[in-house]
Ligand binder design. Structure first.
Ligand code: PMP
Length: 330
């Protein structure tokens, strides 16, 4: 029998799959790690379970406690999933720009959401940050994971993601590529891979054009979950050899190609990471193996990246057309 005791036992051990079509002309092997196969649908399940385990161990989260975090996305889903299993309440603070589908995923797991205006400064009492700080102070038994600074985020990747990649490639990986948001994924995974390989694996960050990691100031970009306008404590720049900046247009075009040409339906930060990997691969040869981490699936982006009208409204080219019914009729 192959039965997991709880859904939390299904976190991690995600598969690697080789890319074939978008890599035409590339001599290195390019493998992608499919984090959307985690039970909450993203790599953030890994940090959620590690952060909550540590908070329980350190007495920061007691039975019946409440998790309060400003998050609109994958971290909220991961935390909500673990909280549901462990009997904690969740309150997530979201900016009002977050779409209804993302809100509904969180409430489906039993979380409560508090919506704040996007158009106020971070130090305004109604801002996303101020409201979550106030709720964490005022709700009895509240615990704030603070994913941007919590060391258990990078540690979860050091303990799971890195070893999985090393094991599944039989130690043949030469390059690791990941998008940078909080920086936890690249810091933890990158640190493990450098250590285990005797510092032979090269660690490459992918960043939206304009974000601080690639030298920008935080100019707005549309790719979600990556890039920053400040330097989070979860990111250790000493682990990363190089950061490659990628435009929204290139990220979204590759995201659509991954679905159309590889059968891999993922989010925009995954497309961004693959673009960075292919740029890095331009100078690599047949003995090189690049592993690219794809953080989440594409279902959360059907109304955006996979919607022709939305793409056009921002001036992005649509995906190369597939076939039409008329082409198929003789
Ligand atoms: N892509 C997506 C879709 C994400 O939600 C995140 C997490 N913010 C990342 C990439 C980046 O991961 P990390 O925070 O570990 O740098």
């Amino acid at each position: 029998m192959k039965i997991a005791d709880t859904v939390l036992d299904l976190i991690g051990d995600t598969p690697l799959v080789k890319l074939h079509k978008v890599t035409v002309g590339v001599s290195a092997t390019v493998l992608v790690k499919l984090e959307y196969l985690n039970p909450g649908g993203s790599a953030k399940d890994r940090i959620a379970v590690r952060i909550i385990d540590a908070a329980e161990r350190d007495g920061l989260l007691l039975p019946g406690g409440t998790i309060v975090e400003p998050t609109s996305g994958n971290t909220g889903v991961g935390l909500a999933l673990v909280a549901q299993q462990r009997g904690y309440k969740c309150v997530f603070v979201l900016p009002d720009k977050v779409g209804e589908d993302k809100r509904n995923v969180l409430t489906a797991y039993g979380a409560e959401i508090v919506v704040t205006p996007t158009s106020v400064a971070p130090d305004h009492p109604d801002s996303y940050y101020s409201v979550s700080d106030r709720l964490a102070r005022e709700i009895p038994g509240a615990f704030k994971p603070n994913q941007y600074f919590n060391p258990n985020g990078p540690l979860s990747h050091y303990e799971t993601t890195g070893p999985e990649i090393w094991r599944d490639t039989d130690g043949t990986i030469t390059h690791f590529v990941a998008g940078v948001g909080t920086g936890g994924t690249i810091t933890g995974t990158g640190r493990y891979l450098r250590e285990v390989s005797g510092d032979a694996v090269r660690i490459i960050g992918a960043d939206p054009e304009g974000s601080v990691y690639s030298g920008g100031t935080g100019r707005p970009y549309l790719v979600e979950g990556v890039g920053e306008d400040f330097w989070p404590g979860a990111y250790d720049p000493a682990v990363v050899h190089e950061v490659i900046a990628v435009s929204d247009a290139d990220s979204f075009a590759m995201t659509r190609r991954l679905a159309l040409e590889e059968g891999i339906l993922v989010g925009g930060s995954s497309g961004m990471a693959v673009v960075a990997a292919l740029r890095a691969a331009e100078t690599l040869g047949p003995d090189d193996t690049i592993v690219v981490l794809l953080p989440d699936g594409g279902r959360g982006y059907l109304g955006k990246i996979f919607n022709d009208g939305w793409m056009r409204s921002y001036g992005f080219a649509n995906a190369p057309a597939g076939h039409t019914v008329n082409d198929l009729l003789a």
